[in-house]
Unconditional design. Sequence first.
Length: 401
Amino acid sequence: MTERPESYRFHNGTKAPLPFAPAEYDARLAGLRRSMAELGVDASVLTSMHAIAYYSGFLYCSFGRPYGLVVTNTDSITISAGIDAGQPWRRCHGDNITYTDWQRDNFWRAILSVTGPGRAIGYEADHLTLQGMGKLDHFLQPRAKVAVNDAAMRQRLHKSAAEIALIREGARVADVGGYAIRDVIREGTREIDVAMAGRDAMEAEIARAFPEAEYRDTWVWFQSGLNTDGAHNPVTARRLERGDILSLNTFPMISGYYTALERTLFVGEADDASLAIWEANVATHEYGMSLLKPGFTCAAVTQKINAFLAERDLLQYRTFGYGHSFGVLSHYYGREAGLELREDIDAVLEPGMVISMEPMLTIPAGQPGAGGYREHDILVITEEGAENITGYPYGPGFNIV
């Protein structure tokens, strides 16, 4: 019993249904292999949650252990820790190798068993740590190292019909959470209680609509008063008061795919100064959505919205970009940085891309209308323009509760 393997295959049970059909993953892998051929890469060692999930369907839980996906011209093999037993194999497209904890760095020995030494290795420069790079060099002894993360990201920007269908369902579930939140908003209710109502409604709906999926990571940020000033401020136990500005943010997670709904609301009433800022942000939101169509660059859309706000003397209250791509991402992994509505992104909008419009204005405490105003819709770029797949209403007409 003193002799323990460095790695082994534990194909326990039968393959589980994945978020997409095998042909979808085969097409994604074929796209990656084309990029690898262009870059002169023999094997790609992917380590991020989003890349592994995109190409294999497996979404790992690290808990201090490394995970990987090795893609060669012929194979696609996830590398997982023994603590997960057969689940990574059941939940991945392709093969799986389990590495053991019996000695340090068996993860890299398992990768080496697939790649062999002295190969041209692709890696994720935006994810692999300096320590990880050192181990890659030591164990794989690559003759060349090539970053493949940009190529993989560019591939993810263009959604398949199956991806768009899943994202559409995510947007619908986000609306379910939004309505559940609206229903429980009352003076005296805590932020955390409102957030839990939205989260519970979304998780129940995901389980109903996707009975064969794994369920994790769906969440809500619900903020009130000063806590609305940042887009990602955590939930607190603050109790709602009449006249409070509110920020509703629902985030259903379906098989690693993130969608979102974000709305401004008020408890009972909104004063004139707040209404003026709110309506101005709604107008910005509508104007921004009208610009999302094929042929526009992210930078051009951003500059037009900047001008729209500047004409109203509101641009100084903007704190971040106006939108971003959707797909395999979450608040703790992934970001398709090549498709963000910012001044420094020249990507051209094309049919099959999915992008949000989410202008936000933050008025500092002590000024009339103080608070954070934010609306957020998800749009699918089409041949003719864009389809808005968010259904929950925005603006004062529905959201003074």
